[in-house]
Design a protein around this ligand. Sequence first.
Ligand SMILES: NC(=O)c1ccc[n+]([C@@H]2O[C@H](COP(=O)([O-])OP(=O)(O)OC[C@H]3O[C@@H](n4cnc5c(N)ncnc54)[C@H](O)[C@@H]3O)[C@@H](O)[C@H]2O)c1
Ligand SMILES: [Zn+2]
Ligand SMILES: [Zn+2]
Length: 383
Amino acid sequence: MTTRAVVCTGLDEPWKTEEVDIDPPGTREVRVKMVYAGMCHSDEHLRSGDISAAPEVLQAIGVPSMFPVVGGHEGSGVVTEVGDSVTQVAVGDHVAVSFIPSCGTCYWCASGRQNLCDLGMFTLAGGMISDGTYRYHLAGENLNRMAQLGTFADEMVCHENSLVKIDPWSNMKAAALISCGISTGFGSSVDRAQVKPGETVVVVGCGGVGSGAIQGARIAGARTIVAVDPVPFKLEKAKEIGATHTAASLLDAQFMLPELTMGRNADVVILTPGVLKGDLIASACAVGSKDARIVVTAIARFDQMDVQLNLFNFAMFNQTLMGTVFGSQSPRVQVPNLLNLVDAGQLKIDEIVTREYTLDEVQQAYEDQAAGTIVRGVVKFDA
Ligand SMILES: NC(=O)c1ccc[n+]([C@@H]2O[C@H](COP(=O)([O-])OP(=O)(O)OC[C@H]3O[C@@H](n4cnc5c(N)ncnc54)[C@H](O)[C@@H]3O)[C@@H](O)[C@H]2O)c1
Ligand SMILES: [Zn+2]
Ligand SMILES: [Zn+2]
């Protein structure tokens, strides 16, 4: 069969809708009709080469190139067909996707850390995790899929380990955003930094992921939440969802924090700008208190090695610098949990979806993200 899918053919080439050939689901694979897909910044990291694996890594895992690739790794949909031996979902089930598959049996999954599943090593490019072959083809060429998914397509074929079954009454738009950005930001505050009632949290970057971090901090009981972003519109939105104060830069926040915290500074700093640069680490530590937790959520270029850090202050302030993938929580725990918080009116999603786009408008949506005119965009698929 064929499906419309949004494809990037090479470094810095635009996202473009194509009619692609798609094979039926193989063993343990599932076909999903998409309902919503969210616009996480990580797809742009792929297009710009920030997250291109080094050529020798690609060679080692037998992948000729990261391109061409079907974009999209945030999404929700309905299962329309299952291949052999599928046990986790059935036709008609509502699902959210997960950019890290969860096998359930590797060391990390078995110890309750499905966000670290060993299958994650195949997430950026290559064939299906079931057998290494490809299901999508364009003019005879095999297509990669972003994060083993490719949610910017009317129909998607993926492995059942890449899906999270959700209740049929779940808010599907919320499920799409929670499938990556919101969960990652929320978990950065709640699961990684373990924000406690009364603490002061600084969130740097107020896009989709930052919006999750701000709300995680609010729900965890933070007293002061300082949203940092150079775009005034993002700061207005941040206030609507829980930020108590705003600043245009970390330097501005550095001047505000002593007064806001009786001289103590921030207990937690979460870094969620669109692209992480090495000099932000020193600035983040500078607004941190003694014993502060600094969480690195945003993605930098894959070969970024240089970091600014005052090593003397870092040790003497007893600070902790921590990375996170998917906000350090298992997708099959976090996604249903956050959907329940949406139902309860505690987690706000509609407030951050600035605009709905058609599949043909994905490139436009990413240009709007770069211009700072949307907090999060979603693709709404035809019913
Ligand atoms: N660790 C993970 O598992 C994980 C998961 C999802 C996304 N990410 C990454 O998180 C980052 C954020 O993603 P997003 O989708 O929210 O991006 P986004 O583009 O929607 O938002 C980024 C925001 O950062 C702001 N910004 C840019 N430079 C800044 C600076 N120096 N200081 C303060 N704010 C700044 C922008 O104005 C924008 O509002 C990306 O790097 C993305 O790839 C990581
Ligand atoms: Zn993402
Ligand atoms: Zn696993």
